[in-house]
Design a protein around this ligand. Structure first.
Ligand SMILES: [Zn+2]
Length: 952
């Protein structure tokens, strides 16, 4: 029995998982006890349905850092009235604009901001979700506020008009997003009488003059308690959580609305090859094969045929579809998977990133994709593969970090809505039974007559323009090619994946007593190396995290070497790809990348398998296994990323311009591009051969691992790479602009995109524990007022941000607005007028609110890491960015205790005041925007200007 299985794991700290675990016959648990959990896992669950039909799942866990809630309403954009595209999404926005009980606009947002929280919402085809996280003591107040969305929304006329602008701004922000442009063209090919043929976001045109009545109508005719699900995650008892759920959510009206049902066929079968060709904005090359699924995948949660199939077709190891496409020089990446769109239908898709050769021969890519599907049809049901996925899921259920906050709450509420309430929280771990017929049925839909292909690349032939986004596209049908596709057989180079070598053979709970006061010790401190190690006593998981940073000498940080370094790290990742894919499936993760200060290398996962992956990465760091063709495909991708730089969101480009001033060393994409274009595989191999000539290693090893083993792995890294050591002082360290005296720096840039951006940063001194305490208070205080004024009241744009930030030792306050309607200098004028009111706003804050902010700051400092990997990341920062000051949090807490409201008001006066401020402003103007006034920039030659400043 399944409960016996969990007992074995709980009582015996050492258990052979794969070899001796009985096949658990997992009937849904009848009580609230989870089946398999770690002995330190104190989470408890309770589930019930309120009298009004609302489904509830409660999670109580004393170790949660934040409380969280999520609401799922089973209605989305597919329920838009035909003449009101975007209404479901618009209503989602309007629920934030006040309720009868809490009539003030942004009351909910401000309450959450002031109490250390965050919130969001989204609308999909078949549902709308609202979720937030917040400090525990403010949980009840926020539950009450959220519940009122569904009881008594105001839909005030004044804000209805204004919020249309916010949604329109959101659409303007999306206008140049190639993925959204593609989705909209694809939707227009779905059956005209099916709601899937819709425009989801809404815009000024589609939402013009939406009345309060229309919103009330939609709310009354579509929102109903029996279409809703709720999760509450808190650190109080299940009884307390249940009381809140009943008190605040029972008043939601049950309008007895049946679940929305949909015609399962959104795209009819047709005996031809259907191809949509799209001209993208960015330099992209992709092919998507979409297979509509006129069935629900949800009922197959015990056998998960879509996970098995998606993981096989998307496999990147030897014998996989991607490996063959790469070998033939046709592709650089691939993803695949099946998903539900509604309870009645879904889709399966294969997405391929093409090389120039792959674009020319896209039909060969289609043919090979179907060839892999033909292989799956011929092969028996892959029972061994199901077994691997099941083993990993079992390990994950016991040992993984389940998460907390908005991420966990919103994931759970989706599971509550879609699956039996009895298994809602553990549905992703359930691999109860193999179901070959369900697998075969799913496979049977992956046919050429049940397929529509989308090719996206610059220069494809187009004939039409899509009305909502203006995307250029064409549509063709080809019967002759279709006939060929019917004849496709398995290619001899394709085969199913071999047994996964990274699946742990055993996993045991470390036999130690729990403590959470252990900090890293410096094991090695010598020329060329600093190694910190700390054994885990807090989580008692059979897991490790290894952090390595390889720093190079200052004179090696030239532009050319930076481009070589970035291309080299990308090459190592490409070389590792066939191997890292099964590792990722088996719960390991690794990252290998580069920054200005050198190479970053992290491996994380089960203690048994992580060292094996570590060895493989070491091997590929030295011996790249890349053909000329694969390297060129990779280079093409890197070069296109640089070329696509000016076509990104305006705020990202403005951020680059800001960082270029802030960071002492910061190379421009266009300069990097020129070098990257010329690189050859030989250049990279040569570079790799001498790269580790002079290195200083910063290492931190954390988890279920001894100090001897930590030293052994680190020595292996030194030896295998043939590292020649240098001292820490000779390595390059990035420094940041420090503006101690009043100074106003301005730069103006013209963009190629349709949004302007205002980006402002104030120098706020050093990142000391005292200033960090101030920053944490300001984090809760600054965001809300700027958002309410600039977005809700002045409707300048969809992206409106304000808050504190830090770069190692430098501390800033930032204000950012992206706008499709206002040029950047107008954004600046409006911002300046408002920013100047901040000191007074803070002075005027009621004492109770200030105390709440202070309390939220203390909670933020006391926040506990949730996993070994997260804790290792934190230790690593403290070890190397803050000189091993592992008591920094305690110092910040002590500083926080003494800070007064008056002190912060004075601080804001000093930092933001026009006489005393030191600041950087980037005004990035959209291609259609003209500055409204003359603007003087602060420099003629930026490098010269930087040479004359202080960086530290
Ligand atoms: Zn929105």
């Amino acid at each position: 029995m399944s409960s016996k299985f969990s007992y074995i794991l709980l009582l015996l700290p050492s258990v052979m998982l794969l070899s001796c675990s009985p096949t658990p016959q997992m009937n849904p648990p009848s009580s609230d006890t989870a089946l398999n959990k770690h002995p330190l896992d104190q989470s408890e669950y309770r589930r019930f349905v309120l009298d009004n039909g609302l489904k509830v799942l409660l999670v109580s866990d004393p170790r949660f850092n934040k409380s969280a809630a999520a609401v799922h309403v089973g209605v989305g954009t597919l329920s838009n009235p035909k003449d009101r595209m975007g209404l479901a999404h618009f209503l989602e926005h309007m629920l934030f604009m006040g309720t009868e009980k809490y009539p003030e606009v942004d009351d909910y947002l401000n309450y959450i901001n002031e109490n250390g929280g965050s919130r969001n919402a989204y609308t999909t085809e078949d549902h709308t979700a609202y979720y937030f996280e917040i400090n525990h003591q403010a949980f009840e107040g926020s539950i009450d506020r959220l519940a009122q969305f569904f009881i008594s929304p105001l839909f005030t006329e004044q804000y209805t008009e204004r919020e249309i602008n916010a949604v329109h701004s959101e659409h303007q922000k999306n206008l140049e997003s190639d993925s959204r442009r593609k989705w909209q063209v694809q939707r227009s090919f779905y059956r005209e009488d099916h709601p899937a043929n819709t425009f989801a976001t809404g815009s000024l045109e589609t939402l013009q003059e939406v009345s309060r009545e229309e919103l009330l109508d939609f709310h009354q005719n579509q929102y109903s308690a029996n279409r809703m699900s709720l999760t509450l995650l808190g650190n109080t008892s299940l009884d307390d959580l249940e009381e809140s759920a009943r008190l605040y959510f029972a008043p939601i009206a049950n309008r007895q609305l049946p679940p929305v049902s949909y015609d399962p066929v959104y795209l009819a079968e047709k005996a031809t090859f259907r191809l949509i060709s799209i001209e993208p904005i960015k330099e992209l090359r992709s092919l998507e094969l979409e297979f509509p699924l006129p069935i629900s995948l949800l009922e197959h949660y015990q056998s998960k045929p879509a996970s098995v199939l998606g993981s096989l077709i998307g496999h990147e190891g030897t014998g996989s579809l991607l490996a063959l496409l790469k070998q033939q020089g046709l592709a650089t990446g691939l993803s695949s998977g099946g998903y539900d769109i509604t309870n009645d239908y879904g889709a399966f898709s294969i997405n391929v990133d093409l090389t120039p050769k792959g674009l020319k021969n896209y039909r060969e890519v289609v043919r090979l994709s179907l060839s892999y599907i033909a292989l799956l049809e011929k092969e028996p049901y892959p029972s061994y593969y199901f077994g691997e996925l099941k083993s990993i899921a079992q390990l994950d259920e016991i040992y993984s970090n389940k998460g907390e906050g908005t991420g966990y709450a919103s994931r759970l509420v989706g599971q509550v809505a879609d699956y039996p309430l009895a298994v809602a929280e553990r549905v992703s771990y359930i691999f109860d039974r193999e179901d070959p017929p369900a697998y075969r049925q799913l496979l049977s839909f992956l046919r050429p007559d049940n397929m529509i292909a989308t090719l996206m690349a610059q220069g494809v032939e187009t004939t039409d323009s899509e009305p909502y986004y203006g995307t250029q596209y064409s549509f063709t049908e080809d019967e002759a090619f279709y006939e060929q596709l019917l004849e496709v057989v398995p290619d001899p180079a394709l085969h199913l994946p071999a047994a996964n070598p990274f699946v742990p053979r055993q996993a045991t709970i470390p036999d130690r007593s729990q403590r959470d006061d252990v900090v890293p010790a410096k094991l090695l401190d010598e020329e060329g190396l600093a190694l910190y190690h700390v054994e885990d006593f807090e989580f008692l998981r059979p897991k490790v995290t290894l952090h390595y940073k390889l720093r190079f000498s200052t004179e090696l940080m030239s532009l050319r070497r930076k481009v070589l370094l970035d291309t080299y790290t990308a090459s190592v990742n490409e070389s590792l790809n066939e191997l890292s894919y099964p590792a990722r499936i088996a719960g390991l993760s690794y990252s290998f990348g580069s920054g200005y200060e050198g190479v970053y290398f992290t491996v994380s996962g089960f203690d048994e398998s992580a060292p094996r992956l570590f060895d493989s990465v070491l091997d590929h760091m030295q011996n790249l296994r890349l053909s000329e063709e694969r390297f060129n495909a990779l280079k093409d991708r890197i070069v296109r990323d640089f070329r696509n730089f000016p076509k990104q969101d305006a705020f990202r480009i403005a951020q680059f311009y800001n960082d270029e001033v802030l960071n002492r060393l910061n190379y421009r994409p266009e300069d990097r591009l020129a070098i990257a274009e010329e690189l050859t595989l030989e250049d990279i191999e040569q570079f790799a051969a001498e790269l580790y000539g002079q290195v200083f290693i910063e290492a931190l090893v954390h988890g279920n691992i001894s100090d001897a083993k930590a030293i052994e792995l680190t020595r292996k890294l030194q030896e295998q790479l043939g590292v020649q050591t240098i001292d820490r002082q000779s390595t390059f360290t990035q420094t940041y602009l420090s503006q101690p005296d009043p100074e106003e720096f301005v730069r103006v840039e013209k963009l190629e995109v349709n949004n302007s951006c205002f980006w402002r940063e104030y120098d706020a001194g050093t990142n000391s524990p005292h200033n960090r305490a101030i920053a944490l208070i300001l984090q809760g205080f600054m965001r809300g007022p700027f958002f309410t004024e600039m977005r809700s009241n002045q409707q300048l744009g969809y992206i409106v941000w304000a808050g504190p930030s830090a770069q190692r030792d430098i501390f800033h306050l930032y204000f950012i607005i992206q706008s499709s309607t206002h040029p950047a200098d107008i954004l600046e004028d409006r911002s300046d007028a408002f920013i100047s009111t901040y000191p007074e706003l803070l002075r005027a804050l009621p004492a109770a609110k200030f105390d709440a902010l202070k309390n939220a700051a203390a909670e933020e400092i006391k926040k506990q890491a949730k996993s070994i990997a997260e804790k290792a990341g934190k230790f690593n920062r403290l070890a190397f960015d803050f000189d091993g000051d592992f008591a920094r949090d305690q110092k910040t807490l002590a500083a926080l205790a003494t800070i007064t409201q008056e002190e912060i008001a004075n601080f804001l006066q000093q930092v933001l005041g026009t006489e005393t401020r030191s600041m950087r402003t980037t005004l990035a103007l959209a291609k259609e925007h003209q500055a409204a006034r003359e603007i003087e920039t602060s420099f003629e030659d930026l490098e010269q200007w930087k040479d004359s400043r202080v960086y530290r």
